[in-house]
Design a protein around this ligand. Structure first.
Ligand SMILES: *[C@@H]1O[C@H](CO)[C@@H](O)[C@H](O)[C@H]1NC(C)=O
Ligand SMILES: *[C@@H]1O[C@H](CO)[C@@H](O)[C@H](O)[C@H]1NC(C)=O
Ligand SMILES: *[C@@H]1O[C@H](CO)[C@@H](O)[C@H](O)[C@H]1NC(C)=O
Length: 456
């Protein structure tokens, strides 16, 4: 950042700090709520930059307390300066409605960690016209910066104890707060950071790895509302980061399913990961295509420990310094808890003289996962990563079917071997293989695995 910019930021910070922009605390014992705004109101009052803060802790998980810098230290405040602080920042709201997921996210965070959860309510700045909202987001970031600055200066809360969690446009708000504090904030998590008007933006204007000591992001809709480029130290691309399983694309789907299901999936997966039911681990790879083709199979760049979605420090990785802008890929199921096991299928066939197609199905408790391999004369080895609901050791059977019969003139296919293994690969684990199989047209072949889940 240029020093002129920095000087401007800090003088703005000072001006705000000395004025009373944040309002008074409610002390009547009522629960505070997020605001909503209507178009009429919004147009008449022009209260665009009005920001309020709500505080939730383990002592008041269901009844938010209005919060500002002056409430800290008062006997009625639940804010505890010795605990870490999570700051939730919502994004754009087309209709001016309060984001209903905020309390769910706050509750999930509180269950996972004894922290102060501060919700930033900037619905007046975030509503209606997206391009105007994009003009407002830095203003909101500056107001948040004032609050953080006060908590640091007056109440001794270390900058590293702050974790900003921004949804969509909120991720860039968090990024700008990080810019103001020159990257000394502890952590920023972006949940499908907004793409429109940000993809080509300078790192000063959008979330990037220099905004905090650790920045992680989850991408679920990078072809519409989300950003397609990596913005953190670790970027999780779910199912390639564009289209999510279970988010219908049909004309008949609900408005939700059609418009924002993919975008909001990052949030739902994050909340589910906080629950800790199962691990959502990403495999480092250059592209989704390479990942699906089985070109990336281990956690090498992270010294053997791949990052997982959730609150673990540095996403659970062991490396220091953390690699910057590392894309990691994972497949998910279509509903909570979303975790899938990454099963690598490797098929080796004898050379063919015509194209063919073979369908591979893995089955566990009658749940099948399948993939059709298009076989060509010029290649004999095919690999594909599939999302299976359970671990490798619970796969009951594998079935191969010669499905090319209708499409191609290929006759029998000779399979030299078909192997399955689970990612990330570990050196001591051998894949499960079956060798030397002839699959004839119309005659499916299958093999039952007799295995137990070991303790390794
Ligand atoms: C927003 O909601 C709070 C209640 O939590 C209320 O006190 C405040 O007046 C509202 N702000 C506006 C501008 O309506
Ligand atoms: C504040 O948090 C610390 C650390 O978790 C704890 O020891 C202390 O009792 C808390 N104070 C209050 C008033 O709850
Ligand atoms: C978290 O887990 C509980 C059960 O342990 C479940 O009732 C709840 O729906 C889960 N929440 C999410 C967001 O997955």
């Amino acid at each position: 950042m240029l020093w002129e910019d920095k000087a401007i930021l800090f003088s703005i910070l000072l001006v705000y700090s000395s004025s009373q922009v944040l309002g008074e605390v409610q002390e009547d014992g009522q629960c505070a709520e997020l605001n909503s705004t209507r178009w009429q109101e919004y147009r008449q009052q022009r209260v665009r930059e009005e920001v309020q803060y709500l505080l939730l802790t383990r002592n008041n998980p269901d009844c938010a307390q209005k919060f500002d810098q002056d409430s800290v230290g008062k006997p009625t405040s639940y804010f505890n300066t010795s605990r870490p602080t999570k700051v939730i920042i919502h994004g754009f709201s087309a209709l001016g409605r309060k984001p209903s997921w905020v309390t769910d996210l706050a509750r999930a965070l509180l269950e996972a960690q004894d922290a102060n959860v501060v919700v930033v309510d900037w619905i007046y700045g975030a509503s209606f016209a997206y391009n105007l909202v994009v003009e407002n987001y830095k203003e909101v970031a500056l107001q948040i910066s004032v609050l953080v600055n006060q908590l640091q200066q007056k109440h001794g809360c270390g900058l590293e104890s702050f974790h900003l969690i921004g949804v969509s446009l909120g991720a860039h708000v968090a990024g700008f707060v990080g810019t103001v504090f020159e990257g000394k904030i502890g952590r920023i998590t972006g949940l499908d950071p907004a793409g429109p008007m940000f993809k080509g933006a300078d790192t000063y204007d959008r979330l990037d790895p220099t905004d905090a000591l650790f920045v992680d992001a989850i991408h679920t809709d990078s072809d519409h509302f989300g950003i397609s480029i990596p913005v953190g130290h670790v970027d999780f691309f779910l199912n390639g980061g564009m289209d999510q399983t279970g988010c219908a694309r049909s004309r008949f789907a609900s408005m939700y399913g059609y418009v924002i299901c993919d975008h909001m999936r990052a949030l739902h997966v994050y909340m589910s990961a906080l629950n800790g039911t199962c691990q959502l681990m990403g495999i480092p790879c250059a592209s989704y295509e390479d990942f699906l083709k089985g070109s990336c199979v281990d956690c090498g760049v992270f010294k053997g420990r791949c990052p997982a979605v959730g609150l673990q420090e540095k996403s659970g990785t062991a490396t220091s310094p953390i690699p910057e802008q590392q894309k990691v890929f994972l497949l998910t199921t279509s509903s909570a808890p979303f975790c899938a096991h990454h099963i690598l299928v490797t098929l080796e066939v004898s050379p063919l003289d015509k194209s063919a197609e073979v369908e591979v199905t893995l089955t566990t408790w009658s749940q099948g996962t399948e993939h059709r391999f298009r076989l060509k004369p010029e290649a004999t080895v095919y690999r594909r990563v599939l999302a299976h609901p359970v671990a490798l050791c619970l796969i009951d059977s594998i079935r191969l079917k010669n499905t090319g019969a209708r499409l191609y003139r290929q006759g029998d296919v000779h399979v030299k071997s078909v192997c399955v293994s689970e990612l990330p690969l570990h050196r001591h684990e051998a894949p499960l293989c079956v060798n030397d199989i002839d699959i004839r047209r119309g005659v499916p072949w299958s093999h039952d695995f007799v295995q137990v889940c070991g303790t390794s």
